[in-house]
Design a binder for this molecule. Sequence first.
Ligand code: PLP
Length: 405
Amino acid sequence: MLKLDFHPAGRHFLNIPGPSPVPDRLLRAMSYPTIDHRGPEFGAMGLKILSGIQKIFKTTQPVVIYPASGTGAWEAALANTLSPGDHVLMFETGHFATLWKKMAESLGIKPEFIGLPGYEGWRNGVRADMIEARLRADTKHDIKAVCVVHNETSTGVTSNIAAVRKAINAAAHPALLLVDTISGLASADYRHDEWGVDVTVSGSQKGLMLPPGISFNAVSKKALEASKTAKLPRAFWGWNEIIEMNKTGYWPYTPNTNLLYALHEALDMILSEGLDNVFERHQRLGAACRTAVQAWGLEIQCADPEVYSPVLTGVVMPDGVDADVVRRLIYERFNMSLGAGLGKAKGKMFRIGHLGETSDLSLMASLAGAEMGLKLAGVKLAGSGVVAAMEYLESHAVPALKIPV
Ligand SMILES: *Cc1c(COP(=O)(O)O)cnc(C)c1O
């Protein structure tokens, strides 16, 4: 048997901002036997999933589901709507925006990367006014799409997507709006139709609480139109055949059957809690986490309180402290993982995930682990973040569940 050197006892505290902890309900759903993906039971489940997932994206348009990680759905969004040499506008919010831009380049698209200068851009959200100014200057309408990341997972900064749509409209520019909410969906407020997004890209292992392996494209009418003339090569990622077969609840290839069981279960969990309640839970826990960071006397990576992420918090280390050393210590001592600083932020900060299956007590456990780890690493703290977060949660209490006697 494969020997794995795991911690000998107890549960691993997976506090990275994706994959997020997978609820036991979903793990059990995944253990159902794999069935015939062309049989009658499968089609009935497929239809339920396809209509449930539309509610999560807040769309009446098709949502294409791929057996792939989020990166695959990034590629699908570009490959279905654009042609080689197309000019697209992207905004540098952090590591994931940078990776999407690199992907666009390797597909033969010409991205123009705008944003606030240097590292400042990694501490702020998208500036819709900069997008509007750039689009107004593009009088020949060379720019075919605007691509932005809604929840920049590398920094804990969200962006105002409604404002980006307004900017595109104000410039009377025909560019498509492509949005990555791989880590925002089902944790942070998101509205595909209302915000006029053309393609929304998402993934399974963040707010949806599934393991990695499923990803999504929600597709507007305008994006479907664009796909008819878009010339980038695509086969597996092509929307048309998938959307056609989805009408009966099936896929043209073998779908990820057991992950779809989990998705079916996750949709039930999220929709029974109520999407707005899910968003509020994340907002409250995010605020409690930031209260802890402030009590420690440490800086939050997001520099603009208007766009704090409800999904994760980036914690900046004081000068001379390597965040990766602190994370390693916490991992080894407490069997808890925290997100690493990525790209330009490597070693400068760590990220606390508070998304998906997260609660008052799971957050308190992460904060206790982080506080103990910071102390062990010799970081001078101004005060106890754990106590501050507890006080925040008490003073912002949610109604207790009433259990009938
Ligand atoms: C996780 C993530 C990705 C990459 O998704 P994979 O599933 O790792 O391929 C892209 N963008 C954002 C914002 C993410 O959080």
